[in-house]
Ligand binder design. Sequence first.
Ligand SMILES: Nc1nc2c(c(=O)[nH]1)N[C@H]1C(S)=C(S)[C@@H](COP(=O)(O)OP(=O)(O)OC[C@H]3O[C@@H](n4cnc5c(=O)[nH]c(N)nc54)[C@H](O)[C@@H]3O)O[C@H]1N2
Ligand SMILES: Nc1nc2c(c(=O)[nH]1)N[C@H]1C(S)=C(S)[C@@H](COP(=O)(O)OP(=O)(O)OC[C@H]3O[C@@H](n4cnc5c(=O)[nH]c(N)nc54)[C@H](O)[C@@H]3O)O[C@H]1N2
Ligand code: SF4
Ligand SMILES: [Mo]
Length: 703
Amino acid sequence: MNAPQALAHRPSVCPHDCPSACALDVEVIDGHRIGRIRGARDQSYTAGVICAKVARYAERIHHPERLLYPLRRTGPKGSGQFERISWDAALDIVAEKFNAAERDFGAQSVWPYFYAGTMGRVMRDGINRLTHAKKYSRFYGTICVNLAWPGFIAGAGKIAGPDPREIAKSDCVVIWGTNAVSTQVNVMTHAARARKERGAKIVAIDIYRNATMEQADLALCLRPGTDGALACAVMHILFRDGFADWPYLEKYTDCPRELEAHLRTRDPQWASAITGLSVEDIEAFARLIGTTQKTFFRLGYGFSRQRNGAVNMHAASCIAAITGAWQYEGGGAFHNNAAIFHWNQRTVEGLDMIDPSVRVLDQSRIGAILNGEPDALCEGGPVKAMLIQNTNPASVAPDQTRVKQGFAREDLFVCVHEQFLTETAALADIVLPATMFMEHDDIYSGGGHQYVEFAGKLIDPPGECRSNHDVICALAKRLGLAQPAFDMSPRELADINLRESGLPALAELVEHNWIDVQPDFRTAHFLDGFAWPDKKFHFRVDWPNVPYGNIGAAGPWRDMPALPDHWPVNEAADAAHPFKLATSPSRSFLNSTFNETSSSLSREKEPCVLIHPEDALAQGIVDGSIVEMGNTRGVVRLRARFFDGVQRGVAISEGIWPNAAFVDGKGINTLTSAAPVAPFGGAAFHDNKVWVRPAGGVPISTR
Ligand SMILES: Nc1nc2c(c(=O)[nH]1)N[C@H]1C(S)=C(S)[C@@H](COP(=O)(O)OP(=O)(O)OC[C@H]3O[C@@H](n4cnc5c(=O)[nH]c(N)nc54)[C@H](O)[C@@H]3O)O[C@H]1N2
Ligand SMILES: Nc1nc2c(c(=O)[nH]1)N[C@H]1C(S)=C(S)[C@@H](COP(=O)(O)OP(=O)(O)OC[C@H]3O[C@@H](n4cnc5c(=O)[nH]c(N)nc54)[C@H](O)[C@@H]3O)O[C@H]1N2
Ligand code: SF4
Ligand SMILES: [Mo]
């Protein structure tokens, strides 16, 4: 019989790219393995609930395919042929390649590239310190929030809102453009409480009948990219039927009379024709909002991933101002709490070392950048060397064909620091093994809540895995950098980050595991005014001057409507491309993370596209057959599934599967576009015109 294993419960924080940033309770076995993970019961937002994929984290952290040792490529690029080398040898090569690129092409030929695979402030953001100290090309992270945040800031003036726990005290929770059951389960925890304890109604607004829509009392399934029209018609009805709170509007908003006049022609019939919703559904939704003071709009990212997404986000956020829902506990509009933490990144990112003359390269345009497109390179020289941490661009970035072409360049040196041999790592010259969150110390904050959290190292890493911080510091040494932050421990840096941000010191955070920094009610509900100099909520938007981002306006921003509207700028279906495709998230993957664990793979089964049975029949497509789906950017082959929970002409493909899971090894982002979107660049992942037809028919020409 085996000796009983010592089991300890330890606190931690989920580091993944998810607004919930759940507080965790981890079973640590014999000090070096983990068992089950549960949600921390006494953290009031997590409230004991986490998603299934993280509950099963033992499968990921103890995965037999984890990277354990530094590797050097021995075969051709992308061949997957590597040999084990020592850390010293690997870091020497990276430093030598970076120095050679700098010598021959200038410091801006090196482009450190990262994203939010870990949301830890030390581990995620420290790479910028290296960038700024060396004057390497700067990085503009546009892939996720670039449409949603400006859209929300356009109205309220900053990215914050009512305490998200107030959802439980609401009488109507509008879950708009977020598949919360899959992507941020805690929203459902609090919404379900409101329903159980107060009989609150749950409304979901999406483009397909997903798990969140199935739980809603009212599920509005509209055409992609038409939320602005829905919001306008709802506001039209609120004004028309006397549900507008005029004293509130006069006191707190910029131009209510002008808005009312503007909306007179945006009636439910107009919106019905655009959204595909019935006039009755639009009227019923507006009436529910008009008669429910405590309506909480929980606005997600999904509906912003359209070319008109920023306009739609702003339009949806305006509704709460018409009824004055912002004034009430359980009312208002919330998207993300980023502004309440007042993070100051001075030391972690080395902001004092920024040279404003150094170019800033757009993350989403990595394909164009690596293929040498002059405007993507800011008219500067080529990128010759990269260090990549916490992201898998060969799979997740838009316009995948170009991204892969770029990585295939023989004259490009790429070092990928990863936990697994991802499709990006497989294209690298040097691969370095990375720790996971329970193997290092870091601090976090929740976009969807209001806690600052600490997660300490719980177990030793396997093999020779090193943390991001260790790698950045070791490289800095080899590159001759002597700034003190490159000599600090993660805890020292976390402590400085907290103090510089006006938050309690690390010791206090460690003692409590998390600290609630929720602003008081008046501030959170903007009762002393919104975050603009005139203190008003802005219905009228001066888009290029919305305070966001660091490269200025991009995309067709000049055409953006100043007042809430339907902005028809999206890719329009046409005879050659009869479908609109959204690449929505899957439940068991998190972007491309977890697509290496067998339980997630077996739940998701295989890449597929959901299409309406009548559309399928019209195209001669058989349920369960392999189809070709394509547009001007490329073609993928995957399985078709009949699904009547979409409007005609809409196709849904869930999840970022490994490219290799598709019939031809071309992943879903083969079809998505990297053309910059307004107002500040980024990608419209759910806005793609495509054709879908039986595979093996007409030969397909790709570019
Ligand atoms: N399980 C799981 N969880 C995740 C992720 C994941 O991939 N899987 N990703 C994480 C990340 S990085 C992020 S940013 C968040 C994002 O999480 P969400 O805020 O939920 O955003 P999305 O996942 O992009 O899309 C949400 C929903 O918007 C719908 N949608 C698309 N276009 C429209 C439209 O025009 N109008 C409306 N009303 N709806 C539309 C999509 O079909 C989808 O159901 O989730 C995080 N959590
Ligand atoms: N088609 C389509 N594409 C999309 C989206 C979509 O909805 N549809 N969503 C987009 C969105 S919202 C986002 S945010 C992006 C996300 O895209 P990515 O930022 O690439 O996110 P992940 O795919 O989760 O990859 C994160 C990687 O970081 C690694 N990692 C995790 N922690 C650490 C660490 O501590 N150190 C190191 N070195 N590595 C670590 C993980 O192993 C994983 O491979 O994808 C975008 N792409
Ligand atoms: S819901 Fe999000 S934050 Fe919570 S455990 Fe799952 S992935 Fe992590
Ligand atoms: Mo994201």
